[in-house]
Write a protein that binds this ligand. Sequence first.
Ligand SMILES: Cc1cc2nc3c(=O)[nH]c(=O)nc-3n(C[C@H](O)[C@H](O)[C@H](O)COP(=O)(O)O)c2cc1C
Length: 138
Amino acid sequence: MNIEVRYYSKSGNTKKIADAIAKQAGISAKPIHEPMQGKVDILFLGTGLYAFDIDPELKKYILTLNPANIKKVVVFSTAAIVKSAYEKTKKYLQDQGLTVSDAEYHCPGHYMILRTGRPNSDDIKKAEQFAKSIINSL
Ligand SMILES: Cc1cc2nc3c(=O)[nH]c(=O)nc-3n(C[C@H](O)[C@H](O)[C@H](O)COP(=O)(O)O)c2cc1C
């Protein structure tokens, strides 16, 4: 079983969640520019939300993903205000022909005076539980 974790993170919030997920899979989370080897069973893909959308760099990255090499994408996200970046991210992934899991993980992420201290230890614990449930279902 080949699991990969990639993230787009401007200020490190989403990276914290990516690291927690990767730890459960016994691998390292990597930023999106790091290439993936061979066929991937699950790609955990994480992002923050910026100006009500995902960053143009992540959109460009999604266009490089080959659906023939990736069985399923599991989205995780952080944001200061919105409830999740899942729907936005899912749309770009599906437009690229990728299969996106219905399961997603989201938690608040610190931005300016909002959501101070998030993700916190509880957010990390929940991300670990989420990753475990996905991995155990394979
Ligand atoms: C330029 C910018 C724009 C943002 N726009 C939004 C937004 O539209 N909605 C929202 O909920 N959060 C917004 N945020 C907050 C981020 O989504 C939040 O801080 C997230 O945790 C950032 O993740 P990162 O540290 O992994 O980049 C914005 C943050 C930045 C830096």
